[in-house]
Design a protein around this ligand. Structure first.
Ligand SMILES: [Zn+2]
Length: 336
């Protein structure tokens, strides 16, 4: 028998895994007409051909609400961006499929198609109305980041600094309703007090779709060890963010990102690590992860660090898959 090289092993492992990326902002590039999602572009980080090369199986696509739309026009902007996502899925029926239920996730494993999970980054889009939240759920949205960096009517974002407050009364109602609907509550960008409030309020696991570790890189967008422990205890997952500023103070690269993976694994185990690239939402990328086509290099890095095949598959997507299976409402019936 010929011994498999590490590179061959990583390649085999990567392309048989259900790779999940829990955050990208590519919808904005599509909305601005910067590029066509169907063409392999030289600009930006993610498009359909490049997702194939990168081995993506489930891609979260965020409707990021730009500041100039906040607060009054946030819902309209979210709907515009969601329309672009639905448009791409409809235009590529053999390549893309919307994921809204555990059944969709199970079916996806037998398919060639890439699953799209719709998310919203910024609770302003809910227009302070639980009915709007339910309608967004009906439109296929399955994950919401309650805030971006600023304060909104649900909670304070991390950009509000050390005096930032926690969840508002409405924010608590939104968490409860999202639990009922079977939606992922995303705590990335939330100020720390809001993080603790969400963990107390939510009956289900929550995610930090695109945040790293403060212990490795002291950026306010990263989670402290206590936050990581609590997120893990609740059964949640954090997606590794590729933004250089969240990886290392200087010279961020793939290896330094893997140091965050090592840290989380040592702290709480490999069951709470995932990917949340933030592609097309970050201005710069780390060396070795310039766009989505480079993802197999991340798997090679994990193989080189001695992780088991089972742990690597979990980190690449199995962990986010587990949380989605748990949280998405399998009954598929209307919730009032
Ligand atoms: Zn973000």
């Amino acid at each position: 028998m010929v011994m498999e090289s590490l590179k061959e092993r990583a390649h085999r492992l990567h392309f048989k895994s259900l790779v999940v990326d829990a955050h990208c902002d590519t919808l904005l590039d599509i909305a601005y007409g910067k590029r066509n999602f169907n063409y392999h572009s030289e600009i930006g980080h993610l498009d359909l051909p490049r997702m194939r090369i990168g081995g993506i199986k489930v891609q979260f696509m965020a409707a990021f609400i730009e500041s100039e739309y906040k607060p009054e026009r946030s819902l309209k902007r979210a709907l515009q961006l969601l329309d672009f996502a639905h448009g791409e899925i409809a235009a590529n029926p053999n390549e893309l499929t919307l994921v809204t239920s555990p059944q969709d996730l199970i079916r996806l494993q037998q398919e060639h198609r890439i699953g799209i999970v719709l998310s919203i980054e910024g609770g302003e889009a809910l227009a302070e109305d639980l009915g709007v939240l339910r309608c967004l759920h009906r439109l296929g949205v399955r994950s919401i980041g309650l805030t971006w960096n600023q304060r909104n009517s649900l909670a304070d974002g991390v950009g509000e600094g050390p005096k930032a407050g926690g969840l508002s009364g409405l924010g608590r109602q939104v968490v409860k309703e999202m639990n009922k609907l079977g939606m992922l509550i995303d705590v990335s960008h939330l100020a720390e007090k809001g993080f603790w409030d969400v963990l107390e309020e939510s009956s289900q696991p929550v995610i930090a779709s695109h945040s790293n570790c403060q212990a490795i890189c002291p950026h306010p967008r990263n989670l402290t060890d206590n936050q990581i422990k609590a997120l893990a205890q609740k059964g949640g997952v954090m997606g590794m963010n590729f933004a250089p500023a969240f990886i290392h103070i200087e010279d961020a690269d793939l290896e330094k990102l893997l140091n965050h993976v090592d840290h989380i694994t040592q702290l709480v185990g490999p069951q709470h690590v995932g990917l949340g690239s933030d592609f097309d939402g970050i201005e710069e990328t780390p060396k070795g992860l310039e766009d989505v086509t480079k993802l197999p290099a991340l798997t090679l890095g994990l193989v080189r660090r001695g992780y088991s095949e089972e742990d690597i598959a979990a980190m690449l997507g199995g962990n986010f898959y587990r949380v989605m299976m748990e949280v998405f409402n399998s009954k598929g019936k209307e919730v009032r």
